[in-house]
Write a protein that binds this ligand. Structure first.
Ligand code: BTN
Length: 256
């Protein structure tokens, strides 16, 4: 069954709009796209700036039983959609990848800029997947934890052009790819695991700060390099001659 997509001008958060609609709809697959959000949220209760021009999409999805975290699975589906955009050369040419677990990044002059992110919430045993992407909006001037960029800004810097990307069309293609992913498991997992090899930029990071859970509290520590093992669900953090090996679940955030 395909997604039923609602397109709104403005809302508090598309996450909440999906939850509301699940309660009253016969259709299990609900998606909401909004032009702006007044209180968009990111992971770990951070706010997600939601000016006009960005993509703010949420969708419902059954629980996924796989060793890849759901936020990584959906990050990969978004990357796949961007790569497949052969009819839109602006999207297909982007040097994009992921940084574990849910950042969608664009690499420019060996720096990683946050292009978007995925927020997965569990609501009554259904996943509510929020996708935020910087498309035609302006984010470069905002100084958050990460350097950020939109697709428009990337082309302004690199090619001196200022394209307007069709946000609704891109959202529909993301939804189609989520449907394909859902219908073709386990082949879909094989494809995503193949894709990770090329688009996971996490091992390229140098001199990062990592927030992780140790005992009952969160620790922030600097490391020189990082290795993610998606199969064993472990992360190796290296500095000087020492290595810290921790489980996925304990890594809160990687600052690059
Ligand atoms: C992150 O912190 O990187 C995740 C950001 C997720 C933002 C999206 S925008 C659509 C959906 N609605 C929200 O309030 N958040 C997510």
């Amino acid at each position: 069954m395909p997604y039923q997509l609602y397109v709104l001008k403005s809302c508090i958060s598309t996450q909440d709009e999906v939850k509301k609609r699940i309660e009253i709809s016969q259709n299990d697959l609900i998606a909401v796209l909004s032009e702006t959000q007044t209180k968009g949220r990111g992971t770990y209760s951070r706010q997600w700036l939601s000016d006009v021009g960005g993509l703010y999409l949420s969708l419902s999805h059954p629980i996924i039983d796989h060793f890849l975290p759901p936020s990584t699975i959906f990050s990969l589906i978004v990357i796949k959609t961007l790569y497949e955009s052969t009819s839109n050369s602006y999207l297909a040419r982007l040097p994009v990848g992921i940084i574990y677990p849910n950042d969608i990044v664009l690499v420019y002059k060996q720096n990683y800029y946050k292009l978007g992110g995925i927020l997965v919430e569990n609501y009554k045993n259904i996943l509510i997947v929020g996708i935020g992407l910087n498309i035609n909006n302006r984010v470069k001037e905002y100084n958050f934890e990460h350097k950020a960029i939109s697709i428009k800004e990337y082309y302004e810097i690199t090619e001196n052009i200022s394209p307007d990307i069709e946000v609704e069309e891109l959202s529909n293609r993301i939804l189609t790819n989520v449907e394909i992913f859902y219908q073709n498991k386990p082949t879909s997992y094989d494809h995503l695991l193949e894709l990770i090899k090329y688009v996971d930029f996490t091992p390229n990071l140098k001199n990062i700060s990592v927030i992780y859970q140790s005992d009952e509290r969160e620790t922030v520590e600097n490391f020189q390099t990082i290795e993610v093992n998606f199969f064993s669900r472990q992360i190796k953090l290296n500095k000087n001659n020492s290595t810290l090996l921790i489980q996925f679940e304990r890594v809160r955030r990687i600052m690059y």
